[in-house]
Write a protein that binds this ligand. Structure first.
Ligand SMILES: [Zn+2]
Length: 412
């Protein structure tokens, strides 16, 4: 679990904790002074020692080992300083010492003088420890307790949602995200997107269980939640097609293309087949032409159209489409293969081969064009949820510029 995203989440959580606790520390100084008959034992001492501030600075610089050293020093001169222990526990977790983190945080829970807010935050840390260590049930319990103490704790909600997702408990995950969306009140556009993907997963589960009607309802709700939930349109169309309702299937897939034209290719095979079933294969040609007019750099409509033409025996027209597409996507092995098929069908015409070689002179090849915008995870196929950082819909297709001295990946 030591990947970039978890690290970022933990670091932002640490930053929040540090800010919160510095606030608490300042706010409580007077209270403690009164409570303890003027014995400024803890906070005063903390500020007398350089280790506390040094530790916080190392923390901000993400130098975990040095931060642990300094904060351990600081803690030894003020053992009741809650925030230091809390942060130390989090740092142990970050280093993979989950058992140690759990011990530190559980010890803090035993303190009699914790405020509700402090109690909630220690529990949150403990929940993260459990999640990190793979203790799913105890993590669930800890985060639920956090919400009882602090019902608007977004961190606990997000982690609960992720735990449910890990176990494919899509309905529970959905319920949690709905609460988060309520809390966010439209300030975060991600919420609708995640609601869409979760409803789509619910639909998939219902379809697998043989409940087509429920599945269709879930896919439609996914689209309603977020019109860019591409797999929901695909799945909805698939169910219609299975039921023999080709026009409704086509309608779902065409709506996907209208809502997310950059993903149009995902419906190409389906639509080509469906148009043919309806006896109107030319609708596929028209669709590709429309997409090419709209975005001439899009290589996939070119490729789909070329295949369609080749299947109809129009090899010269197919080759022209492929040669148009090649400069926009020189590293696609499929285009090269299709070109050779077309060249073979045209009897390996010398002039055509020379045109092709000229176009490929600058080409760059690589095999895993999809990349996660969050964590840079790479994959050959398009995924809707990243297997590394578990975020939804973060994959984009990476394009390489035609070869220059240095090849710098450019994310589109
Ligand atoms: Zn990722």
């Amino acid at each position: 679990m030591a990947d970039g995203d978890v690290l970022t989440t933990e670091l932002s959580l640490l930053a929040v904790l540090v800010a919160l606790l510095i606030g608490l520390a300042v706010g409580k100084a007077w209270e403690r002074y009164k409570l303890r008959d003027g014995r400024w034992i803890d906070r005063r001492r903390l500020r007398d020692t350089p280790h506390y501030m040094l530790g916080l600075n190392f923390l901000v610089d993400n130098q975990v080992d040095q931060a642990i050293d300094e904060l351990t020093h600081a803690a030894s001169s003020a053992t009741d300083a809650l925030e230091i222990q809390m942060i130390l526990g989090n740092l142990y977790r970050q280093k993979g010492q989950v058992g140690r983190a759990i011990n530190v945080h559980q010890a803090l829970l035993q303190r009699p003088d914790l405020t509700t807010l402090e109690h909630a935050y220690v529990l949150l840390c403990l929940g993260l420890d459990f999640r990190n260590g793979g203790f799913v049930d105890r993590a669930l319990e800890a985060f639920q307790e956090v919400l009882q103490l602090d019902p608007r704790n977004r961190y606990a909600m997000v982690h609960l949602e992720k735990l449910h997702e890990d176990q494919q408990q899509w309905a529970d995950a959905l319920e949690m995200r709905e609460q988060i969306a309520l809390l966010d009140a439209g300030r975060r556009p991600d919420d609708q997107q995640i609601l869409g993907f979760l409803r789509n997963e619910i639909g998939n589960a219902q379809q697998r269980a043989g409940d087509s009607a429920g599945a269709m309802r879930a896919f439609s709700e996914a689209i309603e939640a977020d019109a860019r939930t591409v797999p929901a349109y695909l799945n909805l169309g698939d169910v219609y097609e299975q039921q023999g309702n080709v026009p409704r299937a086509i309608d779902a897939w065409e709506r996907m293309i209208a809502a997310a034209p950059s993903h149009a290719h995902l419906a190409f095979d389906r639509l080509e087949h469906a148009y043919r079933t309806l006896g109107a294969p030319n609708r596929f040609v028209e669709l590709c032409e429309r997409l090419i007019t709209r975005e001439p750099q899009g290589w996939r409509p070119h490729l789909a159209l070329a295949r369609h033409l080749a299947a109809a025996g129009q090899h010269q027209a197919a080759l022209e489409r492929l040669l148009d597409a090649l400069p926009h996507h020189p590293h696609s092995l499929i285009i090269h293969q299709e070109i050779w098929e077309a060249l073979a069908s045209l009897g390996f015409d010398g002039a055509l081969i020379r045109r092709y070689v000229e176009l490929t002179r600058e080409a760059v090849f690589y095999l895993d064009p999809h990349i996660c915008r969050r964590c840079r995870y790479r994959t050959t196929e398009l995924l809707w949820q990243c297997p590394q950082c578990h975020e939804w819909n973060t994959f984009v297709e990476e394009r390489l510029a035609a070869a220059k001295e240095t090849t710098i990946a450019e994310t589109v």
